[in-house]
Design a protein around this ligand. Sequence first.
Ligand SMILES: [Zn+2]
Length: 423
Amino acid sequence: MTDLLFVDASQVVTCAGPPRARRGAEMRDAGVHAGWAVAVRDERIVDVGPQAALEREFAGAERIDCRGGVLTPGLVDSHTHAIFGRARYEEQEMRAAGVPYMEIARRGGGIHASVRDTRSRTEDELVALAAPRLMRLASYGTTTVEVKSGYGLTTESELTQLRAIARLSAMLPLRLVPTWLGAHEIPLEYRESGEARASYVKLLIDHMLPAVTREQLAKFADVFCEPGVFTTDETRRILTAARQAGLALKLHADELEPAGGAELAAQLGATSADHLAAISPRGIEALAGSQTVATLLPGTMLFLGKGTQAPARALIDSGAAVALATDFNPGTSPTVNFPLMLTLGVSQLRMSVAEVMLAATVNGAAALDLAERVGQLAAGFSADLALFDAEDVRELPYWYGDRRCRGSWVRGKPCHPYELPLT
Ligand SMILES: [Zn+2]
């Protein structure tokens, strides 16, 4: 394969450093360099540095002209629910009019609407619906996307979603990471009694989990740990079983109430604890003292009109590793625009531009146990890059809502723009 040399960028943002999550003061410098170039051989980055030196060393390489744009590591979206059937736009106005969630659910909306719909879909339909959505994510500069199941809530339907993710992973130029989220919600048919509820937890552990691991369909297991959904005790049981079965762990934690989800994530050694809009001071302390990445989803709080956000400043200042992600899903965050999360990171979470860049690259990769391969422009890392129409990295959060990504590459191959193959 020909060597590639990315030249004439106004800035190369390397995010280079140790191959692990960055925390506290380590998040102050994203490595912004003018006059640098990036050399790629096969699927990897082989050199990053001043352009004149690289032009001599890689004289025979195919030149990719960045035309004065900003070159960054491909963005890593470590939390999405991109496999679903129909959209749920009718709920937005109801929410604005003050209709409570329980009433929206009674009128046929809410998460159970997505469950009903997803259960009725074939694997082929889910693939056909998700492929263009994932490529829209890519069109904003995202090159790695975590995708969760969790709208099936039966063994067969969860497997169908995960098999669809596996097919999309083989078919699309993006890097996909599959997560089993059978514990997204207690399905309606298990809600009449405590016993019924307990039998769903038993189904998850004894039946669904072994089926998922038998086909090697997931890298992570995730649980929605929140009062009214799965308790911390149920979450512990499900995730302990998942770890024994060889999966790494994630939690939806402390989104609405500080119920100890962050503390549990730290105790279990989970790879990430996500949401955290209602995390307690003890939760912050627990994450700061652990390897668990705190993944914040500011688009969800914005879309729901909450008016509050996760305490990013307190988390970073106490030494926790913070990542940002879209939470792309049909109910609470229907956005494919990862750079908009950078805007919210600066304007609402009060993070610096260096912090949001590292949160969207290195720390997103750490939230997927990929920090040794992805998230940096540095020798040895996978050639996952994104090129933005901007002269300065500070323009990425600044032009909010705009789509500035001009191109992206995964493993040295074009990811965006990309023509979807006909299926
Ligand atoms: Zn989620």
